[in-house]
Design a protein around this ligand. Structure first.
Ligand SMILES: *Cc1c(COP(=O)(O)O)cnc(C)c1O
Length: 397
């Protein structure tokens, strides 16, 4: 006997839950890609994507996942031998940096560990000492492995105050449509994102937002290739050039619906919902971690925690055991630990995109049942604490 039959719930940090509205919008015959509805839909889609990233700059869409967005962004601004400064708060900034090295860049990692965000002053000092060879500062807004969220606003300000011309490039794959993000106001030159996390669409589309300053660097970049070139994608002579080939037809319909849902709720309310649901998760963990409990939040400072994903240490192989129990007995799939050694000690809860109060409470309740079933020590009052956060409702984002 198992209690897992029923609607399964994938609470991983990507792909996220796909709304029925998005699925329904994709359920249609193949459209004409040369004229008609789909062709007319794309300019509005790009306009609305830019609203979510809070930019008046440009947006290029690629048929790709997040790794494709990484390569697309790098290709347009890099030349072999360029130096990059990479504040790293987990596996994902390092992954992006590795890719840059393969493209011929020389990478300086600013190692921030995996529990705290980068200190903007540390980055400013590195720039102040630079002889002008650093082309860009690359980092993650939210590192999905550690669930550390960087203060991109403060980082942008610190970079600007040095007067250094390096581009500021930010990976928002896990945070766009979840955490507050203001690309233009925070001085970000290039933002990369993908559709399968906060944007609630099946994996397959990647986005690169860039401003005119970044586009001027594109003039001399020698890593740019035909497919990744962002220029034709933002000012195509033919619709076919938006995607350098066949459009991701059904994904575009799905994304259109997802962006409509975000607009109907209001982006500020979307951010607030994520903030409150995240606080409910943290409140439960704060209780479970007491009394010699095995679970603890990876990021001690609440101001440095993602609102989209929470990384949890559980010791031993308890992360894997809890995940297995939840899948087998509750129909709930949790995220694997990423970037932890050993990996099986940790797990992650994705609470990004199409997530509401009852879903988060079900996740917490299932984890609580798993802790009991496995006999893992945990403090009391966790679900009660989460209920209080939900009962108080939407706090400040
Ligand atoms: C998910 C994620 C990626 C990788 O995206 P893929 O679609 O798996 O290639 C990169 N960076 C961050 C911050 C992510 O959350």
């Amino acid at each position: 006997m198992t209690l897992s039959q029923g609607r399964p719930y994938l609470a991983t940090p990507g792909p996220s839950v796909i709304p029925d509205r998005v699925l329904a919008a994709m359920h249609r015959p193949a459209p004409n890609i040369y004229e008609g509805e789909l062709v007319e839909m794309v300019p509005g889609l790009i306009r609305d994507l830019k609203k979510v990233a809070r930019t008046d700059g440009h947006a290029a869409i690629y048929i790709a996942n997040g790794h494709g967005a990484w390569e697309a962004a790098l290709s347009n601004v890099l030349s072999p031998g360029d130096r990059l400064l990479v504040p790293a708060m987990g596996s994902f900034a390092r992954g992006w940096a590795d890719m840059a090295e393969r493209l011929g860049a020389v990478v300086d990692i600013v190692d921030c560990g995996t529990t705290h965000p980068v200190d903007p002053q540390a980055v400013a000092e590195r720039l102040a000492r630079d002889d002008g060879s650093i082309r860009a500062v690359l980092t993650t807004h939210v590192d999905t492995s550690s669930s550390v969220r960087a203060d991109i606003e403060a980082l942008g300000q610190a970079i600007r105050e040095t007067g250094h011309p390096a581009l500021f490039m930010v990976d928002c794959i896990a945070s766009l449509g979840c955490d507050v993000y203001e690309m233009d106001a925070w001085g970000v030159d290039v933002t990369v994102a993908a559709c399968q996390k906060g944007l609630m669409t099946p994996p397959g589309m990647a986005f690169v937002f860039f401003n005119d300053r970044a586009d001027r660097v594109r003039e001399t970049a020698r890593a740019v290739t035909h497919y990744w070139d962002w220029r034709p994608r933002v000012s195509p002579e033919l619709f076919y050039h938006y995607f350098d080939g066949t459009a991701p037809t059904h994904h575009l319909y799905g994304l259109r619906e997802a962006l409509d849902m975000i607009a109907e709720e209001g982006l500020e309310h979307v951010w607030q919902r994520h903030a409150t649901l995240a606080r409910a998760v943290w409140a439960a963990l704060d209780c479970w971690s007491t009394d010699g409990g095995v679970l603890s939040l990876n990021v001690p400072d609440a101001a440095a925690r993602s609102h989209a994903v929470t990384s949890i240490r559980a010791g031993g192989e308890n992360g894997a055991r809890l995940r297995d129990w939840c899948t087998r007995e509750a129909g709930l799939t949790l995220g694997i630990g990423l970037g932890f050694t050993p990996q099986d000690q940790a797990f992650r809860i994705g609470h990004m995109g199409h997530v509401n109060a009852q879903m988060v409470l079900a996740v917490l309740g299932s984890i609580g049942a798993g802790l009991r079933a496995l006999g893992l020590p945990h403090g009391a009052g966790a679900i009660d604490a989460a209920l209080s956060v939900i009962a108080e409702g939407g706090g400040p984002a």
